[in-house]
Design a protein around this ligand. Structure first.
Ligand code: NAD
Ligand code: DAU
Length: 343
């Protein structure tokens, strides 16, 4: 089976590509614009693989996509490409609109002309918004997104489901919880805290740090996508959760313990506007229909992630140079006194 993935040079997409290539019956075409978050170093181990091909293309251009689809003759598409960071979506919503909505629309249009047998739209539990404990969102839970990022993801989910109903495009939507693991861009909580701690820089905690997220090891997410590709039903939504809810402060305490750094590095900073307090979701449907469940326990996965960042200082140095520096300098200037340790 030939799978065209979008956004395969990012954190989750690159994990999926590395994992999928272990299966001799899968061939991968990776279409990625290489934005600040796309990094071909994430795919160095498979760059010359005979069943792998990379194409640099921006989903925001429909003609380029059409050419790729005409030529690639893909059997399946897995759509990872997105502007994926909530904070960036708040500072600068335009690229979020362009990629998450227009890019998804273009992809759907390309597939309307060049039919595929399977399509997975990779989405997020953030579309359900913040949930009071002990609520858990199932796939029928109302959509209540809070940020430009999650609103655009919710819009793209609906667009995909609309193409299933109207054009019979064989599409599925997956909604995963917070991923962590190697190769994650250090703008997200876990890699930011690990890399700052390793460098003895401040760990910026938004507000009281008691916001709750459900943590999913990235390989568990990618295994779920492979199961859904095989066994999922067209037109369905599948939640993918890690079954491990923790307040941010507890995650940070574990990172401090694994890195051997003092809690004096923690700095409380101004809260994120519209910050969702708690995400929680049920993956019962996925488990029932495909037999999937997460394999990695959080402490083992977090320790492995800390070890990976400790062992890959060149990767960290590379992604934390250039654009990363100017992003923090520009967008955090009002809080630069609080966050001066980052840049
Ligand atoms: P990421 O930011 O690490 O990677 C995104 C990739 O998409 C990059 O390689 C980037 O170059 C590419 N890209 C961005 N805009 C593009 C465009 N216009 N055309 C082509 N390529 C483009 O993201 P991630 O964390 O790997 O997330 C992947 C997907 O999973 C996203 O759709 C995200 O919404 C979803 N998701 C992420 C998480 C998480 O915790 N990271 C959880 C649930 C769902
Ligand atoms: O829930 C799935 C979502 O998880 C994905 O759809 C998104 O792509 C992904 O970025 C992630 O969104 P979050 O906003 O939950 O992740 P982030 O790592 O940015 O933040 C996690 C929590 O940590 C959140 O409560 C905000 C807090 N935080 C984050 C950063 C970067 C801090 O306290 N300090 C920080 O510096």
């Amino acid at each position: 089976m030939k799978i065209l993935v979008t956004g395969g040079a990012g954190f989750i997409g690159s994990c999926f590509v590395r994992l999928a290539l272990q299966n001799p019956s899968l061939e991968i075409v990776n279409v990625d614009a290489l934005t600040y978050a796309g990094n071909l170093e994430n795919l160095a181990s498979v760059a010359d693989h005979p069943r792998y091909r990379f194409i640099k293309e921006d989903l925001c251009g429909l003609e380029g996509l059409r050419r790729i689809f005409d030529e690639a003759k893909a059997d399946a598409v897995i759509h990872f490409a997105a502007e994926s960071h909530v904070d960036r979506s708040i500072f600068s919503p335009q690229p979020v609109f362009e990629t998450n909505l227009r890019g998804t629309f273009n992809l759907l249009e390309a597939m309307r002309a060049n039919r595929v047998d399977r399509f997975i739209h990779v989405s997020t539990d953030e579309v359900y918004g913040s949930l009071e404990a002990p609520l858990e969102a199932d796939e029928n839970f109302p959509l209540q997104p809070s940020s430009p990022y999650s609103a655009a993801k919710a819009g793209s989910d609906l667009l995909v489901l609309g193409y299933f109903k109207t054009y019979k495009l064989p599409a599925m939507v997956t909604r995963a919880s917070n991923n962590y693991g190697p190769y994650q861009f250090p703008e997200k909580l876990i890699p930011l805290m690990i890399t700052n701690a390793l460098d003895d820089k401040p760990l910026p905690v938004y507000g009281d740090g008691m916001q709750v997220r459900d943590w999913l090891y990235v390989e568990d997410h990618c295994r779920a996508l492979l199961r859904i590709l095989e066994k999922g039903r067209d037109g369905e939504i599948y939640n993918i959760g890690g079954n491990r809810s923790l307040p941010n402060k507890e995650v940070i305490d574990r990172i401090l313990a694994f890195t051997g750094k003092p809690s004096s590095l923690i700095k409380t900073v101004t809260d994120r506007p519209g910050h969702d307090r708690r995400y929680a979701l049920s993956s019962e449907k996925l488990t029932k229909e495909t037999g999937w469940s997460p394999l990695m326990d959080f402490e083992t996965g977090l320790k492995a992630t800390v070890d990976w960042y400790r062992s890959n200082p060149e990767w960290v140095q590379h992604v934390k140079s250039g654009e990363y520096q100017s992003y923090y300098a520009k967008n955090y200037e009002n809080r630069s006194h609080e966050l001066s340790g980052i840049a």
